[in-house]
Design a protein around this ligand. Sequence first.
Ligand SMILES: NC(=O)c1ccc[n+]([C@@H]2O[C@H](COP(=O)([O-])OP(=O)(O)OC[C@H]3O[C@@H](n4cnc5c(N)ncnc54)[C@H](OP(=O)(O)O)[C@@H]3O)[C@@H](O)[C@H]2O)c1
Length: 336
Amino acid sequence: MTIMNKKWTLAARPEGLPKAADFEWRTEELKPLEEGEIRVRNVYLSLDPANRVWMVRDTYVPMVGLGETMRGGGIGIVEESRNSKFAAGDTVQGLICWQTYYTGPGKGFSKVPPVGIPLAAHYGLFGHIGYTAYFGLLDIGAPKEGETLVVSAAAGAVGSLAGQIGKIKGCRVVGIAGSDEKCQWITRDLGFDAAINYKTEDLRVALKRHCPNGVDIYFENVGAATLEAVLNRMNNFGRIPACGMVSTYNRTEPEPAPNNLFHIITKRLKMQGFIVIDYAARFEEARAELLRWHQEGRLQYRLDINQGLESAPSAFRKLFDGSNTGKLLVQISPET
Ligand SMILES: NC(=O)c1ccc[n+]([C@@H]2O[C@H](COP(=O)([O-])OP(=O)(O)OC[C@H]3O[C@@H](n4cnc5c(N)ncnc54)[C@H](OP(=O)(O)O)[C@@H]3O)[C@@H](O)[C@H]2O)c1
């Protein structure tokens, strides 16, 4: 039987916010599997700010080539296998890319364990989202009871988990987000102590009001002017897990801020970048703890699921105009 694969390829390197013309929709006939390959029917595609970076420059992974299928992680069901590590019917997670079927060796793919949560929720709680929040905050942020934690992009996938983990560890948690609805969600439903709408409030003034004892940990998701404002409030020996700088990803000109990095020296701050895959050997530890907190009702997630692979380019823009809340996904095919 002929299987057709539909996919989005990278047509142009975006300048500024990615637009429809940066992607091309293609349909191709799939060839029979070769020895060592698997065929996966893709179910959920994860859309991530890092995908924007992969479109334009080499980082910890090479950039996506023009004409290549857009790279992205996700979950799918193995339909056929000529690889002894996977069997038909396995649910797997890996770099499935922006297409209806993944065909290849399944390098870096893992089986999704049945832990009694909905399939899409694996991306709300675990995967590169949960593990990023967990290791960034606990390993680099090293929170202590009574300390003040500030989280930016706090109503997003990683930020909403990082703030809740901060509460579990006994911190005063202040979130920065881009709408009143997001601020209400993180304070009323997720238990953050305070939230700042950076689009309507003066961030410096609001940080002073909500962090009267200064800031001990800043979970950095945004960069630039946000980083500059929080640096001014950091306490001596504060820690900054540098997780991402989403406000810079669409810039066409060099970033002007922050202009106060000297605080890192005088306040003896520790600012450390990390990529979640650095912690691959400890993912099981994080999974067990995140699941336990979720089952105890102390860790919630929200999913923003967009229907159909066709929607991927337009859904992707939500990450940059702030119209997603929680983990942004595209559902490509049914779960069963
Ligand atoms: N180091 C790692 O291994 C790793 C892994 C995963 C993610 N990350 C990073 O973690 C951060 C969050 O990723 P995520 O997947 O959880 O995305 P997300 O927070 O769910 O979505 C991105 C959010 O960023 C905010 N944002 C976008 N442009 C902004 C701007 N110019 N200024 C301020 N806020 C802006 C928007 O929320 P508002 O409405 O609040 O503006 C948007 O909803 C990103 O920086 C990402 O690169 C790092």
